[in-house]
Write a protein that binds this ligand. Sequence first.
Ligand code: RB5
Length: 146
Amino acid sequence: MIAIGSDHGGFELKEKIKKHLEDRGLEYRDYGTFSDASVDYPTYGIAVGEAVARGECEKGILVCGTGIGISIAANKVKGVRAACCSDTFSARYTRMHNDANIICMGGRVVGPGLAIDIVDLFLDTPFEGGRHQRRIDMITEYENKK
Ligand code: RB5
């Protein structure tokens, strides 16, 4: 199950990504927003972050205007590794090296074609483990101290 969410700045792109997930036969849960009316991005970043951190969803997709605000919000949830990406190289490597569990994009930054390539790389690229696991463990250890 994939968690998906956006604010108004990402609403249109979120709907296009949902259609793509449906075309791929992938199940998702939409945490809103459900229209292009102005809302606050932390609501959706935290909701998707919590769904992933609780294990209800394996991965998350978030969209706001830039992808930045909603990634900052999601990254406040313990256990979340949310990566804001506008290119395919970063999308691939944030899975291989960071084991990112949420991808964030800007609906005002990337077009729908690029966004869908980014989503596919995020969903399909495995984590490499090895030395990268040690680095993630350092982040988790810091989180657990708080
Ligand atoms: C909303 O106008 C905009 O600030 C938001 O979508 C996002 O870009 C924040 O980082």
